[in-house]
Design a binder for this molecule. Structure first.
Ligand SMILES: Nc1nc2c(ncn2[C@@H]2O[C@H](COP(=O)(O)OP(=O)(O)OP(=O)(O)O)[C@@H](O)[C@H]2O)c(=O)[nH]1
Ligand SMILES: [Mg+2]
Length: 405
C-alpha cells in the first residue's frame, strides 16, 4: 500500500453540503487555497462529489469533499438523500453552506436533520455576506460562521471552527491510554510477506508512534528473538503486542502476569467498537448450514486483506464451524443497506476507512440486529486467544462472557 493510501483512513473527512449555487465550491476553493472545484453561476455545476486529500492547517491531514447541490424545491428526493448519505457515512465534520442573501430553506433543514441523525458535528457557513447589510438570522445554539468566499472574508474563522469540531474524533487512542511515562511496550512483528520489503506495516508504525507519544519506550522484535530479549530486559514490560499470526508462539513465551494483546485488537478498538466485534465473533458458534456470511472490505486493492478475506477466512470459518456456509463479499465504499440476508458480517480492520465510517457500518449492523465482527477479532476467537488478548480491555472482555451467556 502506498504512503498516500495508508494515511487516507486517518484523515479528518470534511464534507461541504448545501443548495445549488450557495457557493459550496467557492467556499471549498477558499478554504483549500486551490481551484479544486469548478465554480459558476449556473445552478448544478457540481454533479458528483469531488474529493481531495491535503494538509490543511490547523487540522493537519484532511480529506475535503465538495458535493453536488441539492434542489431548491425543498424536498431532497430519495436519490439525493441516498447520495448524500453515502458521503455522510464517511464525513467527520459537515459544513452546511447557505447563501446568506436567501437564508436557510426546507432542504437545508433536511440536511441538518440528516447530520443529527448520524451524529455528525456540523456548522452553518453563511456565504456571500459581502452582499448583505447586517447579519442573517440564526437559530439559537447553531454554530454559524459568516463569510464571503469571493472576498476571502472569515475563511480563517471557518477553518478554526472546523478544527474545533473535528478534534474529539482525533483523540481515540491506540495503546497510549494503557501506558505511563517510562513504561516499556514490546512489539512483536514477524517478517510479513505482505509488507513492502524493508518496511513495517501501517498499524505497527502507528502503534510505535503512539507508544512514543505517551512517553513510553517501544522495543520491537521478531517472534524468534522475543524470548531472548525478554530475558535481557531489566524492566518488566507493561504490555506485549503481537501480530495475531505469531500469537501461539508469543503466548508461550510471555509470562502470564504481563498483558498480551494483538495489533488487530488494538485497531478494532481504535477504529470502532471493540465490544461489538467481540460479541460478533461469538455468533460464529451459532451458524447453521445454509447461512450466509458477509465478508466486507474497506478498500478494493489491498492484496493482503483480499487474500485473507476471499480465501483464508472462508476456509478457516468452514473448518472451525464444520457447517455448509455461503459467503458474500463487498469491498470499497459499497456496504449493503439491507443486511438481513446475512447471519454474520466480518469486516476488515478498516485501515482505509475513517473511524466514523467504521462505526457507522457497525451501527447499521447493530440497528438491524446482525452480529458484526472483524478479521483480527474473529481470527483471535478461532485461535482461542481472544480472552487473553482482551484482558487489558475490561469493557470488551465483559462482552465475551455476555456473548457466552
Ligand atoms: N457575491 C458573492 N458571490 C459568491 C460568493 N461565493 C460564491 N459566489 C457566486 O455564487 C455562484 C455559485 O457558486 P458555486 O461555488 O459554483 O456554488 P455551488 O454551491 O458549488 O453550486 P453547485 O455546484 O451548482 O451546487 C457563483 O457565481 C459564485 O461566483 C460570495 O462569497 N459572494
Ligand atoms: Mg459546486
Amino acid at each position: 500500500m502506498s504512503l498516500h493510501e495508508t494515511v487516507f483512513g486517518d484523515r479528518v473527512h470534511i464534507g461541504f453540503f448545501g443548495r445549488r449555487n450557495a457557493g459550496k465550491s467557492s467556499v471549498v476553493n477558499a478554504v483549500t487555497g486551490q481551484n479544486l472545484a469548478v465554480v459558476s453561476g449556473v445552478p448544478g455545476t457540481t454533479t458528483d462529489p469531488v474529493q481531495k486529500a491535503m494538509e490543511l492547517l490547523p487540522m493537519g491531514p484532511v480529506l475535503i469533499i465538495d458535493t453536488p447541490g441539492i434542489d431548491d424545491e425543498g424536498a431532497l428526493g430519495a436519490l439525493r438523500v441516498q447520495k448524500t448519505r453515502q458521503v455522510l457515512n464517511k464525513t467527520d465534520v459537515a459544513v452546511l453552506v447557505v447563501d446568506a442573501t436567501v437564508g436557510k430553506s426546507a432542504a437545508d433543514e433536511e440536511l441538518i436533520a440528516l447530520f443529527r441523525e448520524q451524529g455528525i458535528p456540523f456548522l452553518v457557513a453563511y456565504n456571500k455576506c459581502d452582499l448583505l447589510f447586517g447579519q442573517p438570522e440564526t437559530r439559537e445554539g447553531e454554530r454559524a460562521v459568516f463569510l464571503s468566499a469571493r472576498h476571502r472574508i472569515n475563511i480563517d474563522v471557518l477553518k478554526e471552527s472546523i478544527a474545533a469540531l473535528s478534534a474529539p474524533e482525533e483523540a481515540r487512542p491506540i495503546v497510549g491510554d494503557l501506558l505511563q511515562r517510562g513504561d516499556l511496550a514490546v512489539l512483536v512483528t514477524p517478517i510479513d510477506s505482505a509488507a513492502p520489503k524493508g518496511r513495517l506495516i501501517l498499524p505497527q508504525q502507528q502503534t510505535i508512534r503512539d507508544v512514543l507519544d505517551s512517553g513510553a519506550c517501544a522495543v520491537v522484535v521478531k517472534e524468534t528473538e522475543l524470548s531472548h530479549i525478554l530475558s535481557c530486559l531489566a524492566q518488566k514490560p507493561r504490555i506485549v503486542i503481537t501480530d495475531s499470526q505469531a500469537f501461539a508462539q508469543v503466548a508461550a513465551v510471555v509470562p502470564k502476569d504481563i498483558s498480551l494483546t494483538s495489533f488487530s485488537i488494538l485497531f478494532a478498538r481504535h477504529k470502532g467498537d471493540l465490544a461489538q466485534a467481540v460479541r460478533g465473533a461469538a455468533a460464529l458458534e451459532s451458524m447453521q448450514d445454509g447461512d450466509t456470511i458477509l465478508i466486507s472490505e474497506g478498500c478494493t486493492h489491498h492484496r493482503q486483506c483480499d487474500d485473507i478475506g476471499s480465501v483464508k477466512l472462508p476456509h478457516w470459518i468452514r473448518a472451525h464451524t464444520g457447517k455448509e456456509l455461503h459467503f458474500a463479499f463487498t469491498s470499497g465504499m459499497e456496504f449493503p443497506e439491507d443486511l438481513s440476508p446475512y447471519r454474520l458480517i466480518v469486516h476488515c480492520g478498516g485501515c482505509m476507512l475513517n473511524p466514523r465510517q467504521m462505526r457507522y457500518r457497525q451501527k447499521c449492523a447493530a440497528a438491524q440486529g446482525i452480529p458484526m465482527t472483524n478479521y483480527g477479532v474473529l481470527i483471535a476467537h478461532m485461535q482461542g486467544i481472544l480472552p487473553r488478548t482482551l484482558a487489558p480491555f475490561p469493557a470488551a472482555a465483559a462482552a465475551l462472557t455476555a456473548g457466552r451467556a
